[in-house]
Design a binder for this molecule. Structure first.
Ligand code: ATP
Length: 303
């Protein structure tokens, strides 16, 4: 069986800089894959190439067994960059227009997708009056109009509040259940970890991780955090850290120490319990995103 999405050595250069550098992956039908990377890593450019919006400098993309650009793009729904609509038209009329341009979309499908993203009432307003969250939802509805078999979504949760993010997640899960293949980008692992089974991570244009989410998370747990601590008495602090089995280093008034991720959250309370007056505790990496970055950097290093 053909893969749903394939990137073969996809490369895009702007001048001398490679926005995307030799990226290769295969996605099976029905998979829901997170495309993770910091800003500027090359996610949008990769999705644009797969959607046939820009031509690769080298390599190629394939969708549903056909090289991009080709007819199979008619079976792709996209949400790439800021969604654009006709501001003077209502949401519903924007969708009707998009359906007309694509062709072969039954009239009731517009109502169906509007209901799916909970925009029935709002769709009677002009898009000009929409909040960003409403635009994002309308964009997802538009991407679903022709019952695509593949969805390419670039940061669909951008600018949404936590409720909006959860709603998009539910929507995408429902879509994936119907067998639609989804490639969804994000710069925030926490945002997509509840949604995807597999992660492709990209950094500086290169693919640095391709594997199941649990493997990425398991490695994140093996990471250590570096703390810079200040206490009323550095001596007591250093002694307490040693008693916790750690190896503190004195840096003038500060004491630095490496802690395993599983203990990191409890470090300060452990110190307080040991009688140390902690004045300041700074963690160099304080979220999973940083952990992920360090992780994929480690992963990219030759063994
Ligand atoms: P973001 O989340 O910020 O959109 P991204 O991972 O999607 O980041 P891209 O937008 O693909 O990253 O950009 C990758 C790199 O390519 C960046 O350094 C960007 O400045 C550069 N780039 C992208 N498009 C162009 C262009 N049309 N001309 C020149 N450079 C570009």
């Amino acid at each position: 069986m053909d893969h749903a999405i394939v990137a073969r050595s996809l490369t895009k250069r702007y001048g001398r800089a490679a926005a995307v550098d030799d990226v290769t992956f295969e996605i099976e039908a029905g998979e829901i894959v997170g495309f993770l990377g910091p800003n500027g890593a090359g996610k949008t450019t990769t999705l644009r190439m797969l959607a046939g919006l820009v031509r690769p400098t080298r390599g190629s993309g394939e969708v549903l067994g056909e090289r991009v650009p080709g007819d199979s793009l008619r079976e792709v729904g996209t949400m790439i960059e800021e969604p654009s609509f006709y501001p003077y038209m209502t949401g519903r009329d924007n969708l009707r227009h998009a359906a007309l341009l694509h062709g072969g979309v039954p009239g009731e499908r517009v109502e169906e997708v509007l209901a799916f993203v909970k925009m029935e009432a709002a769709s009677l307003k002009r898009v000009r009056a929409y909040s960003q969250g409403m635009r994002q939802r309308l964009a997802l509805a538009r991407a679903l109009l022709w019952r695509p078999r593949v969805l390419l979504l670039d940061e669909p949760a951008n600018g949404l509040d936590p409720v909006g993010i959860a709603e998009i997640r539910e929507n995408l899960r429902a879509v994936a259940k119907e067998g639609v293949t989804v490639l969804v980008s994000s710069h925030n692992l926490a945002e997509i970890e509840k949604l995807v089974d597999r992660i492709l991570a990209i950094e500086k244009g290169r693919l640095v991780f391709d594997g199941p989410l649990h493997r990425l998370l398991a490695r994140a747990e093996m990471l250590t955090y570096r703390y810079a601590l200040r206490a009323s008495d550095p001596e007591t602090l250093t002694r307490a850290l040693r008693e916790l089995g750690l190896s503190p280093e004195r840096k003038d008034e500060l004491v630095e120490v490496e802690v395993g991720a599983e203990r990191a959250d409890a470090l300060v309370s452990e110190l307080v319990r040991a009688g140390v007056e902690v004045i300041e505790a700074r963690r160099e990496s304080d979220d999973l995103e940083d952990a992920y970055l360090r992780l994929v950097q480690a992963d990219a290093r030759p063994a």
